[in-house]
Structures are given as C-alpha cells and as structure tokens.
Write a protein that binds this ligand. Structure first.
Ligand code: ZN
Length: 213
C-alpha cells in the first residue's frame, strides 16, 4: 500500500543527502498519510541502498502497520509533532552543518533573506538540547516552532516541516543556504534587521511562486 507515497519519502531522503544536509544514514523523513498513519524512513540504513518497501508505516502510537524494518529512532518525536501540529503533513530531520552551526551561537536565525522567508516563513528559533531519540525532541520542536516551518535543535540539527513533503524539503534546503549566508555575514559585520511588515510581504509573495496547481 501507499507505493507512490513511499517512493516520495525515499526521493526526499535522497534529496537531503544530495544537498549535504545529512551524512551517511543520519536524519529521517516522515510523511502523514490521509488515514492518520505515518511513513518514516528506517533506522540506520544508507539512503542510497533503500527501496520504497524499506519505508515503514506506523500508527499514531508508534505501532508498525507495514514494513519489516525498524523505523527511525526519532519516531516518538516525529509522532508528537504530527499529533500536536495538525497542519503539518511532512517532517524532515537533518544534521545540516550551517544551520546547526548557527544554532550554537545564536538563539534565533532572523528572517533576513528572501528564500529563507519564503521557505521558513519567519524567524527560525533554536531549541535547547535534548538527547536524540527522545519524544522531548518533538516537544521542543512544537514549543519553539512559533510561525516558522523549521526549528534548529541546538547541538544536533534541524526539524523542517510543512503542509507537504515539498514544503518540508524547501524549508530544510533553503534554511541551510540562508544559514551559510548568515554565518558568513555575521563573521564580518552586523546584520540589519528586516521590518516585520516586509517579512510578511515577502512570505505572502511565496504563495504565488511556481507553477499553478
Ligand atoms: Zn538527529
């Protein structure tokens, strides 16, 4: 069941690898299905070696509904996010170096670049550290989300999410691009703040970006 959806999860996982947001088998990709169950990448497998049937389908309580692999060790955190952010359809967890580096030296990555505003929607906040694999990672993501489509997990990585898998992917990739630019600029000078009204205007313009659906 859900062959197309499993393939889209695997494609997104390969895309975060191609964009250097994870190394080896780090991170994970998850997608909420219409019946409320969730597809999640398996634990500790190289993305390049996965086939769609390696993607695991779990119920809201974490029970395995489909698949022979063990789901990502972060599944309890992912399920907490899906439960408590009903508008979220997909979550991508990465260890992307630039955004993670920013999270070591700042409490918030301010909305200061167009692609970041478009894809992350607002300032991206930094959540305090919690050991990986614990449900608390999901609790902190929900707590530090505010209006953004991503949260930086201090000493760890990023949770990027959105209504669709593509939204979550754009959020993760553009956050990394923005974090790199931000860190380079911050190393040599002050970063001017953008007027919040202009941030909103830019975020709204994204709603008209791309091909008509
Ligand atoms: Zn992680």
């Amino acid at each position: 069941m859900f062959e197309n959806e499993k393939k889209s999860v695997l494609d997104a996982a390969l895309e975060i690898k191609r964009n250097h947001l994870v190394a080896l088998c780090g991170g994970n990709v998850s997608l909420r299905l219409p019946d409320g169950s969730v597809l999640v990448t398996p634990s500790g497998m190289m993305y390049e070696e996965m086939v769609p049937d390696d993607i695991v389908r779990v119920g809201p309580g974490g029970e395995i509904l489909e698949g022979t692999r063990r789901p990502s060790s972060d599944t309890p955190a992912l399920l907490y996010i899906f439960k408590n952010m009903p508008w979220v359809g997909a979550v991508i967890h990465t260890h992307q170096p630039w955004a993670t580096a920013a999270g070591l030296v700042t409490d918030v990555l301010p909305a200061c670049l167009v692609t970041q505003i478009d894809a992350n929607r607002d300032d991206v906040h930094v959540a305090p550290f919690t050991p990986s694999g614990e449900r608390q990672m999901g609790v902190l993501t929900v707590e530090y989300a505010f209006n953004a489509w991503a949260v930086i997990l201090r000493h760890h990585g990023v949770m990027a999410y959105g209504p669709t898998l593509k939204d979550a992917l754009f959020s993760a990739v553009y956050l990394e691009e923005a974090a790199q630019t931000y860190m380079i600029a911050r190393a040599v000078g002050e970063i001017p703040a953008l007027d919040p009204a202009l941030v909103r205007a830019e975020a709204d313009s994204w709603n008209h970006y791309g091909q008509q659906k």
